[in-house]
Design a protein around this ligand. Structure first.
Ligand code: DX5
Ligand code: ZN
Length: 215
């Protein structure tokens, strides 16, 4: 199991310190949530934040693009230091082209699907990506309740991925904590994004990550 702390829940006044604490505590990558106030009803961060975080960690940075026009931002987030770019299936009529562009930038490509989107939409694009992000909450905010009806879908995605002749991460995002982490792992996820469970824990980042099975 790999752990990707989501800095959306971090204290932006001391983000560098918090990312360093997560790296120290055994994080495998850092998850960066980008929201444009259009694809989702919230605004979060831009390439400047990726650039800053890039300076304080060697961990892979995965940028989750919850934006209506991801193609307009691929270069900027790639240049800022993202190692992978996760784009949504929803609303992207040219997903195949977007994925090819991410790969042409030398970055890992991933596709994200929302809770109401069936796993079957991945059929044609799965062969081109290295990560599938199964949203376990409706995107746009941290600290939401985990949607339990997404569990069987994680299993379906795992089955689809196992048909491939190469590795592809099955990643989950939203409402992951010490209670839901074992459920998603049992369902077939191998990468867990967690924001509030890590950065809002009263006992600190290291204790929180231990509770999630790290360290
Ligand atoms: C939500 C984001 C998530 C979020 C997770 O749209 O994609 O990455 O930050 O936060 P928690 O773990 O607090 O649900
Ligand atoms: Zn996310």
């Amino acid at each position: 199991m790999r752990l990707a702390p989501s800095i959306l829940a971090g204290d932006f006044a001391r983000l560098g310190e918090q990312v360093a604490a997560a790296e120290q505590a055994g994080a495998d990558r850092i998850h960066v949530d980008v929201m444009d106030g259009h694809f989702v009803p919230n605004l979060s961060m831009g390439p400047a934040v990726v650039q800053s975080v890039r300076r304080v960690t060697r961990l892979p940075l995965e940028t989750h693009l919850m934006v209506s026009d991801p193609d307009a931002f691929l270069e900027a987030f790639a240049e800022a230091g993202s190692d992978s770019l996760l784009v949504h299936w929803e609303g992207n009529a040219n997903l195949h082209r977007t994925v090819q562009r991410i790969k042409a930038l030398g970055k890992r490509a991933g596709v994200a699907i929302n809770p109401a989107t069936p796993a079957s939409v991945l059929e044609e694009i799965l062969g081109d990506v290295e990560q599938v992000l199964v949203m376990t909450v409706n995107p746009g905010f941290g600290h939401q309740h985990f949607i339990h009806t997404t569990l069987p879908k994680i299993g379906r995605v795992r089955q689809m991925v196992e048909q491939l002749d190469r590795w592809c991460d099955v990643e989950v995002d939203g409402g992951i904590d010490a209670t839901t982490a074992p459920l998603v792992i049992d369902a077939g996820a191998n990468v867990l994004v967690a924001g509030s469970a890590i950065f809002n824990d009263a006992e600190g980042v290291a204790a929180a990550m231990k509770r999630l099975g790290r360290g």
